[in-house]
Design a protein around this ligand. Structure first.
Ligand code: NDP
Length: 448
């Protein structure tokens, strides 16, 4: 253990022992503890009142069986999770992930990160995350519907528009949200904004689909301003081709950049003159296809059947938007060697700790996920506001609010880093700014 404060060494050791094998969760907690160490040195009351100990322990973990019937009539069983991590500053809020890799450790890491991210948005939302090891890939619409209905039948007992408001994440898009909303409404006999990311016909917000990707670019723009530059004329590489990646590519292009590569979990496409985003949308959003199909229309593009090698491509700006730990130290070194000036995380924790260290020590502009991808949850909170008002705002209004929120997140992260002597380190700044608001609220609530 490598903290200056023995208290943090003991805390980290206890956490590792109590949450055995949950490596992603350990990684996420360690990063936050490293950042907030100077805050704890200056404010021992956070230690005396057990704030950090309470913050790393979820308020509630719900784990349940999800039985469903496949198209061949066989009964299948998956596991469902909801980790309600912190309700200090508002109702639990965070997405649901459906992916075979989901287990308790992944949900805890995501839920823990969500506490600070949600705090950074400046909106009153607590932190949670959930999901299942169900894989929607290759399933029929009927199978996905039956799974979602079974999942929601149990989850509905634990959520509510003032308690816990889930949203989408990997594997959970408009289709899945629709099926889950339908089931919730049927069970509860009430039409409430209990999920965000809803369709526009039944309470969804304009810009929610685009929000995480657009927000990522608004945040990156603020970072680039520090170096007196912007997206215009820059070459951008984006991993993933899901919701976050697609709308990051759209906004980066609108801001004058050329996106030359995108990927899925099988491989990546490199199209030197610029990715044809409409085609990516057709393949991924409409057909739920694979990215290699891109070459059927653009044979001049290159396909490499190894998604991890996407970082070998020369670029000015890298936006990892696929999944956790997808960008390691070797990839970080390659990006730097090839002249990359900025990296901003659209996915949650996509860079390994060694990669982050590499970016920071080489003076690369680095936007950590908690800050850079907070636009999605921020717009979800705007969806909740519109649902409460039974009203909807137009696209430009929500987009302008999203942009303001991203600029504010950048400023508060940057100012917190400077206040604690780490100017330019947005990892530390985001963690500190997110932490202080939740920690002070916990102090005012007493020991709960
Ligand atoms: P989607 O399911 O829409 O897309 C995920 C993309 O990442 C797909 O292209 C997928 O490829 C790829 N991918 C998934 N797992 C892996 C893997 N193990 N290796 C390589 N590629 C992989 O998810 P989102 O775009 O919604 O989410 C992407 C990331 O952004 C996640 O980390 C999520 O937590 C984060 N995020 C999402 C938000 C949102 O609003 N949606 C908000 C904030 C963060 P394939 O199709 O082959 O599986």
């Amino acid at each position: 253990m490598c903290f200056r404060l023995p208290y943090l060494n003991e805390l980290m050791q206890r956490l590792t022992e109590r949450n055995r094998g949950e490596t992603e969760f350990h990684q996420a907690v360690r990063e936050v503890l490293e950042s907030i160490e100077p805050v704890l040195e200056k404010h021992p009351e956070y230690i005396e009142k057990g704030v950090v100990e309470r913050m790393v322990e979820p308020e509630r973990i719900i784990k349940f069986r999800v039985p469903w019937v496949d198209d061949a009539g066989f009964v299948r069983v998956n596991r469902g999770f909801r980790v309600q991590f912190s309700s200090a500053i508002g109702p639990y809020k965070g997405g649901l992930r459906f992916h075979p890799s989901v287990y308790e450790g992944i949900v805890k890491f995501l839920g823990f990160e969500q506490i600070f991210k949600n705090s950074l948005t400046g909106l009153p939302i607590g932190g949670a995350k959930g999901g299942s090891d169900f894989d929607p890939k290759g399933k029929s619409d009927g199978e996905v519907m039956r799974f979602c209905q079974s999942f929601m039948t149990e989850l509905s007992k634990h959520i509510g528009s003032n308690t816990d408001i889930p949203a989408g994440d990997i594997g959970v898009g408009a289709r899945e949200i629709g099926f889950m909303f339908g089931q919730y409404k049927r069970i509860r006999n009430g039409f409430t904004g209990v999920l965000t990311g809803k369709g526009l016909n039944y309470g969804g917000s304009l810009v929610r689909t685009e929000a995480t990707g657009y927000g990522l670019c608004y945040f990156t723009e603020e970072m680039l301003k520090e170096k007196g530059t912007d997206f215009n004329g820059k070459t951008v590489v984006i991993s993933g081709s899901g919701n976050v990646a697609i709308y990051a590519a759209e906004k980066a292009s609108q801001l004058g950049a050329t996106v030359v590569a995108m990927s899925d979990s099988d491989g990546y496409i490199y199209h030197k003159s610029g990715i044809d985003l409409e085609l990516i949308k057709k393949i991924k959003e409409q057909r739920r296809g694979r990215i290699y199909e891109y070459r059927d229309i653009h044979p001049e593009a290159e396909y490499v059947a190894d998604c991890s090698r996407i970082w070998e491509i020369r670029c000015d700006i890298a936006l990892p938007c696929a999944t956790q730990n997808e960008l390691d130290k070797k990839s970080a070194e390659l990006l730097i060697k090839n002249g990359c000036i900025a990296v901003a995380e659209g996915a949650n924790m996509p860079s390994t700790p060694e990669a982050v260290e590499c970016f920071l020590s080489n003076g690369i502009l680095f936007g950590p996920a908690k800050a850079a991808n907070a636009g999605g949850v921020a717009t979800s909170a705007l969806e909740m506001t519109q649902n409460s008002m039974r009203y909807s705002w137009d696209f430009d209004k929500v987009d302008a609010m999203l942009k303001d929120i991203m600029v504010n997140i950048y400023r508060s992260s940057s100012e917190a880093a400077e206040e604690y002597g780490m100017k330019g380190n947005l990892v530390a700044g985001a963690n500190i700014a997110g932490f202080i608001k939740v920690a002070d609220t916990m102090l005012s609530h007493g020991v709960v």
